[in-house]
Design a protein. Structure first.
Length: 255
């Protein structure tokens, strides 16, 4: 078989609907769709095309979806042969999919032991969130204005985050948090800041680690409200400081 073999659909939404921790399938698909689009933009800038029917890429997104929704847990082994049989492929495209996932830090391969879902260390989580805080503070310096429509979007995402915490929906917490912060950063007129922020993969990192401190999440989530208030009044400088403090504080709550 070659790299363009037909791949079966990765997940059946109905099969996960009854599990509250895996109830955010639509949000996961939205995040992955965004990642695919961003990769397409990078490939276009580099003069290469993204083939959405390429077997190894489709397997890659399917595995990533399962990692994000909790089907594959940190430390779990990903067997090439088992995956190849499931997707009716040879092992070559599965191996390439795992290689690409290793390149973005969600899978770890070891000689003679195969690939496993990588568990991010507290240090890596800390570094990513601190960098996010720095980038988001910088982003507010390049935002001309923050309209009421954008404020309402933040309020919607904030309410969804709180509801997700109450429901124990870890993926929902991670993805609504990402949407909240992305709504702010996307208004930044400095595209390099936006590109660097996207590269952090915060939603994915949060989903792999947020379960460590679920009991402390409600308090951490509340720090989004002052950010909304500052942006509503147009105090972008103060909002930037709050965003930085929020990210640094969120790390201390999770690690």
């Amino acid at each position: 078989m070659n790299g363009h073999e037909t791949v079966q659909p990765p997940l059946d939404d109905a099969s996960v609907a009854s599990d509250p921790v895996r109830a955010s399938t639509a949000e996961i698909k939205s995040v992955i769709a965004s990642m695919i689009a961003e990769e397409g933009e990078r490939n276009s800038a580099a003069g290469t095309a993204l083939d959405r029917n390429c077997a190894h890429d489709r397997v890659r997104w399917a595995i990533l979806e399962r990692i994000m929704d909790g089907t594959y847990q940190p430390g779990e082994r990903l067997k090439e042969l088992t995956l190849a049989r499931e997707f009716h492929l040879s092992q070559a495209p599965v191996r390439e999919a795992l290689r690409k996932l290793e390149a973005i830090g969600v899978v770890k391969s070891e000689p003679y032991r195969g690939a496993r879902v990588r568990e991010l260390s507290p240090t890596e989580l800390r570094d990513a969130y601190q960098l996010r805080g720095i980038l988001e503070q910088a982003a507010t310096e390049f935002i001309a204005d923050f309209p009421e429509e954008a404020v309402r979007t933040l309020e919607t995402e904030y309410a969804a985050m709180r509801a997700a915490v109450t429901a124990g929906d870890l993926q929902g917490v991670a993805c609504h948090n990402r949407n909240f912060h992305r709504c702010i950063v996307e208004r930044c007129q400095n595209q390099e800041i936006l590109r660097a922020w996207k590269s952090l993969g915060i939603c994915m990192r949060a989903r792999l680690n947020v379960q460590r401190r679920l009991d402390r999440l409600p308090e951490a989530i509340l720090s989004h409200q002052p950010i909304i208030d500052a942006l509503r009044t147009g105090n972008l400088r103060y909002a930037g400081q709050l965003l930085r403090d929020h990210s640094f504080g969120f790390v201390s709550d999770l690690v």
